[in-house]
Design a binder for this molecule. Structure first.
Ligand code: SDX
Length: 439
């Protein structure tokens, strides 16, 4: 990362502590695009102060070459390629290669990668028994969080994260096995037999097969649903340093194995403020019930005391339309039309809600727009995916992003264990008082 390609004096920021003669000059570093950063690594040493940024809204936690977001312009690039072009022209396996290795693959590289993933989709037969420990009504996110973490128990002799080959094989295993584990979590919840992966199907087809097929009938991929599923996986594959990716990086910075790190990412993604929002959107639309109730709901959202959020709206980074939401909305119309679903009340309601919200000052002032989760649930419901599986599907797609970011971090020579500090506002030092002298 160079702060000045022209050889001109490198920009700096000077920080001076008022009331003291202490100041320090901090280097300003530039990336290839996007905001510059102030390198504060020597701030505490020079001035004895920390920075304070709860939620890390203004903090760059790492250097990365994987995904770039311009929140004001509504731009999302995977390794420089616009998400709109990848969603339209690429597929999930090719995008996975791109995220992992940094460039679009040649035909032979793509074929080798596709094969490599295909031949790792089966899981150890003992892992099947892991599911039996769960109640049938367990949330599938609880199941996949446990089962993915347990993968480390099956590869304990292959977890040397400093060995590039072992890192790569772990990456393949996670990308390949997460759809199998996710589909089995669903089958377990409905008491149907597990369907083993098929090597003659594409990644998206195989996932739909393991979710929907039963041993007693033959199953044929539906090209419309497979294409829609593949596109949804592409849209969810990576998204810079979001909460779950930052969780994976922080866990990985301790040297924890990649299966444990991805399990931590799944746990973080589950939250309704993050990946759990797609499930929460459907619940919200169901509770609102019909379009005439939307104005009442919107006024509840605007009432601070109600703590009601318009799920699927707003974003820490996007202060414009989330480009993924636009593509998701188009895909929604395509899938419903191709499935012959004339009117989907949920879609009508979502579109009416978007129309009302985007003309309301509360949302305009706060730059709240639909995000990736606002329409995804409606497509998934139309495709027959149960609501409880929406966030699981998000985790299936995001596994390649987590693994790519984890790999980038481990291979970054400047990476060190993540250990944030704090501002302490608790009790200052005081002496212990025995219980018989208290009260
Ligand atoms: C994802 O980070 C990523 O990249 C995540 C993600 C990815 O791909 O990894 O994009 C996936 O998580 C998408 C977001 C899904 N979550 C939701 O849809 C849940 C609803 N959204 C909100 O919870 C919220 O918008 C967040 C969590 C997404 C962002 O929260 P921020 O950045 O902390 O924003 P904020 O809470 O500071 O909001 C600023 C203002 C506040 O009002 P004021 O206090 O200024 O009066 O906007 C309000 C908030 O109350 N606000 C909302 C709102 N989101 C923010 N008000 C009503 N409904 C909302 N959805």
């Amino acid at each position: 990362m160079s702060s000045s390609a022209t050889g001109a004096a490198k920009p700096t920021v000077t920080v001076t502590l008022d009331g003291s003669n202490r100041s320090t000059r901090l280097p300003v570093l530039s990336g290839s695009i996007g905001p510059d950063v102030v390198d504060i690594r020597k701030l505490y040493g020079d001035l004895g102060v920390f920075t304070f940024d709860p939620g890390y809204g203004a903090t760059a936690s790492c250097e990365s070459k994987i995904t770039y977001i311009d929140g004001d312009a509504g731009v999302l690039l995977y390794r420089g390629y616009p998400i709109e072009q990848l969603a339209e022209q690429s597929d999930f396996i090719e995008v996975s290669y791109l995220l992992m290795y940094g460039d679009l693959p040649t035909p032979s590289q793509l074929e080798a990668f596709r094969k490599g993933v295909t031949y790792h989709t089966m899981v150890h037969e003992q892992l099947r028994r892991f599911f039996d420990g769960f109640r049938r009504d367990a949330h599938p996110m609880a199941v996949i969080c446990g089962v993915v973490g347990a993968l480390a128990a099956f590869y304990h002799d292959n977890l040397d994260i400093n060995d590039p080959h072992q890192r790569e094989i772990a990456a393949y295993r996670l990308i390949a096995k997460i759809p199998t584990i996710a589909a089995w979590a669903y089958k377990y919840s409905i008491g149907q037999p597990f369907m083993y992966p098929r090597n003659d199907l594409s990644y998206a087809e195989n996932f739909l097969y393991m979710l929907n097929a039963v041993p007693s009938e033959s199953w044929k991929p539906n090209p419309i649903l497979s294409r829609a599923m593949d596109r949804i996986l592409v849209l969810h594959a990576d998204h810079e340093q979001n909460a779950s990716t930052s969780t994976v990086r922080l866990a990985g910075s301790t040297g924890a194995n990649p299966f444990a790190c991805v399990a931590a990412g799944i746990a973080a993604l589950w939250g309704p403020a993050h990946g759990g929002a797609n499930e929460a959107v459907l619940k919200m639309l169901g509770e609102i019930g019909s379009p005439e109730n939307i104005p009442q709901f919107i006024s509840e959202v605007k009432d601070k005391n109600s703590h009601t959020k318009l799920m699927g709206f707003g974003h820490r980074v996007y202060k414009n339309f989330d480009p993924r939401a636009k593509i998701m909305k188009e895909t929604c119309h395509e899938v419903l039309a191709e499935l012959g679903i004339k009117d989907e009340p949920l879609l009508d309601m979502a579109m009416e809600m978007e129309r009302i919200a985007l003309s309301d000052d509360y949302f305009i002032q706060r730059k709240l727009y639909p995000n990736v989760d606002f329409y995804s649930g409606i497509i998934l419901k139309a495709m027959g995916i149960p609501t409880s599986m929406f966030t699981v599907l998000f985790a299936v797609a995001r596994t390649v992003g987590w693994v790519s970011q984890w790999k980038e971090m481990i291979e970054d020579p400047s990476q060190r264990i993540g250990r944030p500090r704090q501002i302490y506002t608790g009790a200052t030092q005081r002496d212990y008082v025995p219980v018989d002298r208290r009260g």
